[in-house]
Design a protein around this ligand. Structure first.
Ligand SMILES: Nc1ncnc2c1ncn2[C@@H]1O[C@H](COP(=O)(O)OP(=O)(O)OP(=O)(O)O)[C@@H](O)[C@H]1O
Ligand SMILES: [Mg+2]
Length: 311
């Protein structure tokens, strides 16, 4: 069963003070996310990521289209029990302690008192805050708040978790922790749909990603396939500056460090480059395929005119 299906789901806001003008935040979006997938929703500021999440959470009404979550109409209250949500800038009442906040959300999800106590302890440990249950949230750092926010999203053990920019504002250690947490949710078979600007996190975690720009889906695909599509360059390292002019003549970009030279070249130039190094009695040290990055794909999609979406 698909965890998320959207059918031409779209949103146009009426923006402006006196004279309201339509502002398209999300053009009709048709998308399927199977159960068990970690799905990265990428896009620059204002792309429509939060709007999509708000639509799916039933927090704003769509201007058109519909969606299904875990096989049910997305407005069906029964769906709520099985989904968790971390908003983009969660606001929690400062004077609550972490345990009180989690207890509040667990109550909303209908967990019994005895279950709640156990789950709160488990969740705080899971997000790396085992000692922080009795601390008021106003004393928390941004990273700690983000982790409490994630604990809130998973306290009721939902099947599907929506996270809006879960790594934003976190330092590298905090990001790593959130990444590990998302990975552990995946290992448990949960579906995670998260938006992000941080492409390396998407690359490390996601099965598939979608790129959204100006409210429009520009591309979607399996991360491994996207990366494979863009490779084709190799990095070659050798010892022996005598070969440098020959490699430069081939048009390779060369970076010498003393006698050791690193060059990046197209795969089809590799044979000619190796021959040139041998002729100059250079010593080949390594040949490594250059891995394409998700950033290449992302930037290409932002520059693209809208394309047929391959699924
Ligand atoms: N309530 C609203 N009224 C009018 N326009 C809105 C409203 N909410 C969002 N928009 C507009 O819709 C577009 C998409 O906004 P959205 O918040 O979904 O983008 P985003 O991809 O989440 O961006 P960011 O990365 O900055 O969080 C933006 O142009 C934004 O100005
Ligand atoms: Mg947003």
């Amino acid at each position: 069963m698909a965890a998320i299906e959207t059918f031409a789901l779209g949103k146009t806001y009426l923006a402006g003070f006196l004279r309201k003008r339509p502002k398209i935040a999300l053009k009709p979006l048709t998308l399927t996310v199977p159960e068990g997938e970690v799905f990265g929703y990428l896009g620059p500021n204002g792309a429509g990521k939060t709007t999509t999440l708000k639509l799916l959470m039933g927090l704003v009404f769509p201007s058109g289209g519909s969606a299904k979550i875990l096989g049910r109409d997305w407005r069906d209250p029964a769906v709520r029990v099985n989904i968790g949500f971390l908003p983009e800038q969660p606001y929690f009442y400062d004077y609550l302690t972490a345990s009180e906040l989690l207890d509040y959300y667990a109550q909303l999800s209908g967990l019994a008192a005895s279950q709640r106590r156990r789950r709160i302890g488990e969740m705080l440990a899971r997000v790396g805050l085992p000692e922080a249950g009795h601390t008021q949230l106003r004393k928390f750092s941004k990273g700690m708040l983000q982790r409490v926010g994630i604990a809130q999203a998973i306290i009721h053990d939902p099947k599907l978790i929506f996270l809006d920019e879960p790594m934003s504002g976190l330092d590298p250690i905090g990001r790593r922790e959130v990444r590990d947490l998302i990975q552990s949710l995946k290992d448990e078979g949960k579906t995670v749909f998260f938006s992000t600007h941080i492409l390396s996190d998407a690359e490390a975690l996601c099965d598939r990603v979608a790129v959204l720009h100006k409210g429009e889906l520009r591309g979607i695909g399996v991360v491994q396939d996207l990366l494979a599509r863009f490779s084709g360059n190799v990095e070659i390292i050798w010892d022996g500056a005598a070969a440098l002019p020959a490699l430069q003549a081939l048009g390779c970009e060369c970076h010498p460090t003393g006698e050791t030279i690193r060059a990046v070249l197209a795969q089809d130039q590799l044979d000619a480059a190796i021959d040139a190094i041998r002729r100059a009695h250079g010593r080949l040290m390594s040949i490594t395929p250059v891995r394409a990055s998700l950033e290449d794909y992302f930037l290409e999609k932002l520059n693209d005119t809208p394309v047929e979406v391959a699924r």
